[in-house]
Write a protein that binds this ligand. Structure first.
Ligand code: BV8
Length: 245
């Protein structure tokens, strides 16, 4: 990987690093991105239509089955060398945090300790009325309808942030603080289209951090970041970490 000497030095001296990740970070683990055409049964649905409270209200069974299908894909996925490189980087700097839009938990599986889940986690269920975490193992409902909350009998839903819903306040505020204090922010595998998460790299850029993008495609921030590497995360992140030494 060709790394400009000045950028290499900034990476070496960095004491506070943020890794901001999107669906492209999980692509090489076999989890389809949102931009990928949904495969099979889900070809005729747009994720932005299914990942909404209205869709769950209208047809809880359809949304529940979509998440069951995604949970199966995630269960079959394993972290890749890029996830492990971020977990290793965390051991080498005083302040390292992953702020992820992904709900698959692969960063934690790879050993990352500080992970801010801006859009929740597909492995957790909550009550759709009280929003409390439902820890009881939820049996698949009859004919694949969502199970009922053991406390109040409202339908159970995945603990993810749907379109039109607020991000978890604590994770969101922590991500804003981390972007504001970062020496370096890595923007990895995100199309930068979903707000407010997509503003995190720009917050870092505005306060003078070096922002490094890793994506096979250009994105809306490519022209503004310090350097943008065209390539896949599993290949480039280990190279970047090695280049930093
Ligand atoms: C909110 C969890 C208000 C669920 C997700 C009009 C204009 C601007 C904004 C809006 C608007 N209308 C509505 C909005 C707001 C809306 C929004 O941003 N809409 C967009 C579509 C325009 N945002 C919201 O609704 C948010 N909430 O605003 O609430 C509010 C405030 C206060 C109080 C009440 C309400 C909530 C948004 C969160 C939605 N939930 N996920 C689930 O997973 O089921 S979003 C979901 O999609 C992901 O989490 C992620 O954030 C997003 C997908 O984006 P990416 O991760 O970037 O993935 P994508 O597929 O797009 O791109 C993949 C990239 O990887 C590509 O660039 C590709 O090139 C690259 N890649 C591919 N392979 C690799 C790779 N990179 C590296 N290596 C590879 N191998």
């Amino acid at each position: 990987m060709e790394l400009d000497e000045e950028i290499r030095e900034r990476l070496r001296r960095a004491r506070s690093v943020v890794a901001f990740t999107g669906a492209g970070m999980s692509a090489e683990s076999g989890v389809p991105t949102f931009r990928d055409a949904q495969t099979g049964l889900w070809q005729r649905y747009d994720p932005a239509d299914l990942a909404t409270p209205e869709a769950f209200e209208r047809d809880p069974g359809l949304v529940w089955r979509w998440y069951s299908w995604r949970r199966e894909r995630v269960a079959a996925a394993a972290p890749h060398a890029g996830h492990r490189a971020l977990a290793e980087w965390e051991q080498r700097v005083p302040a390292f945090v992953v702020a992820t839009q992904n709900v698959d938990g692969l960063h934690q599986q790879a050993g990352s300790g500080r992970v801010l889940e801006l859009h929740g986690n597909i492995h957790r269920n909550i009550c759709s009325a009280e929003r409390g975490v439902v820890t009881e193992p939820v049996p698949a409902g009859a004919d694949d309808q969502p199970p009922r909350c053991p406390q109040c009998a409202a339908p159970v839903r995945p603990d993810v942030v749907w379109f039109g819903e607020a991000l978890p306040e604590q994770a969101w505020q922590a991500a804003i603080r981390a972007a504001g204090e970062a020496d370096v922010l890595l923007s990895i595998g995100t199309s930068g289209l979903v707000q407010p998460a997509a503003s995190i790299p720009l917050m870092a850029l505005e306060q003078g951090a070096a922002v490094i993008e890793i994506n096979p495609e250009p994105t809306p921030i490519t022209e503004r970041v310090t350097v943008s590497f065209r390539g896949p995360a599993a290949e480039l992140l280990p190279q970047l970490l090695a280049a930093v030494g």
